[in-house]
Design a protein around this ligand. Structure first.
Ligand code: FES
Ligand SMILES: [Fe+2]
Length: 416
């Protein structure tokens, strides 16, 4: 990839990823126009804004938006930048208000972002004020289309994109349905700043590091390469999911899988094993579901933890990972207690998530020395992008890059 005008990709099967996509400011700006502004982007959950006037701040790429519910209970979203001179209007990350007044010159907007009124409209004593033809209805906050699927709320700036239902597609919807077969409730939030390009986290979600980087996972049987695995792709839409299920693994095979590494220690024990003794929420023995919806939503399960993770770019080499940590309405006290204990897996200091943040940072540091080089993505094979029944594969990483390159209008030229 060289300039904005003539981008190219070094392998048409996406087995190479040019490091520049993680470090180039032009590319990062182009992503806003070509990716984020044209897709359905996850904003939050409907249960976070249950009543009239409830709002939360969210992002479409780098664009700050507000998701809110109007007096009739309808969802709305608008850009958090004043239609007067651009100031940030809403300054709390969540709250309840039927109107939002910009602090600068006090233009006042309704729960759908419509302009309700402004001071000095007619000036003072017949002098000054807005021109006669000023039309309030033309100066609301910039609105997004909003749609919801199973309580997940998405917004888009695109006037032409099809329904959210179709955007999620037939491969991902059943996975979402599995998790939301019962009513969720929010247990809390984590916010994690990671000094890496946001797309490194997408790669992380889709690759095979789970049982390797995460010593805890491997040791205590949350994720191992010997588990029953499924990696499923929606190549057209850029989504994918990985499932891992417990299968009474053959200990010899587990040892063989980790031969030559220090990653698997059968002799390790937890002083307090209650952390791992939480009743499963589903009876399918699935220990990990890592779903990713193009471009930047992760939705999933690790043991008894359920969460959405919004991957929010903050520059070419920084992103925020915003976790909404979920339980279910019908969870009893013991189930909630189990989920709270297991929240030690996740978040910025979690047994697992801390390592993912560090992995992104390490890559961002490492590639700085090789800006014109590419990564090597051939685990699981080259060529066709197909589902896999094992996790020794990076096929979902390649599928992400295919969709990304299409969105960015970057062609592969097979210089591999
Ligand atoms: S910038 Fe918001 S009222 Fe002037
Ligand atoms: Fe991880």
């Amino acid at each position: 990839m060289n300039t904005r005008q003539t981008p190219e990709w070094p392998a048409s099967d996406f087995t190479r990823v040019p490091f520049r996509v993680f470090m180039d400011e032009d590319i990062e700006q182009l992503e806003q126009e070509r990716v984020f502004d044209r897709v359905w982007c996850y904003l939050g959950m409907a249960i976070e804004v249950p009543g009239p006037g409830d709002y939360i701040v969210a992002y479409v790429g780098r664009t700050e938006v507000v998701l809110s519910r109007d007096e009739e209970g309808r969802l709305a979203a608008f850009v958090n930048s004043c239609s007067h001179r651009g100031a940030q209007v809403v300054r709390r990350i969540r709250g309840n208000a039927m109107s939002h007044t910009c602090p600068y010159h006090q233009w006042c907007f309704g729960a759908r972002g419509e302009l309700l009124g402004l001071p000095l409209l007619r000036g003072v004593k017949g002098k000054g004020g807005m021109p006669e033809d000023f039309d309030k209805t033309a100066h609301g906050l910039k609105a997004l289309r909003v749609e919801e699927y199973k309580g997940l709320v998405f917004g888009t700036f695109s006037p032409t994109i099809g329904s959210l239902h179709d955007y999620l597609g037939p491969r991902m919807r059943p996975q979402i349905d599995r998790i939301f077969d019962r009513k969720p409730r929010v247990l809390g939030y984590y916010r994690q700043r990671i000094p890496a390009n946001w797309k490194l986290y997408l790669e992380n979600l889709k690759d095979h590091h789970g049982a390797l980087l995460h010593l805890f996972h491997a040791t205590f049987g949350i994720a191992r390469p010997t588990m029953t695995a499924r990696v499923a792709l929606d190549v057209e839409r850029g989504h994918s999911f990985t499932h891992l299920a417990d299968n009474d693994e053959d200990k010899v095979q587990v040892r063989a899988a980790y031969a030559g590494t220090e990653q698997y220690r059968e002799d390790y024990r937890l002083d307090d094993p209650s952390f791992l003794q939480v009743e499963p929420d589903y009876d399918d023995r699935v220990t990990n579901v890592i779903m990713s919806i193009f471009p930047n939503l992760m939705l999933g399960q690790v043991a008894n933890t359920f969460q959405t993770r919004a991957i929010r770019p903050k520059g070419k080499d920084e992103f925020e990972l915003f976790w909404t940590y979920l339980a279910f309405e019908d969870d009893d006290d013991e189930a909630i207690e189990g989920k709270l204990r297991q929240s030690n897996f996740i978040g910025p200091a979690g047994y697992i998530s801390l390592e993912d943040g560090e992995a992104g940072r390490m890559v961002q540091i490492g590639i700085a020395s090789r800006p014109h080089d590419s990564s090597f993505v051939e685990m699981g094979g080259r060529g066709a992008l197909e589902d896999a029944d094992n996790i020794s594969t990076e096929v979902a990483v390649r599928a992400f890059w295919k969709r990304y390159a299409e969105a960015m209008a970057i062609d592969g030229d097979d210089r591999r």
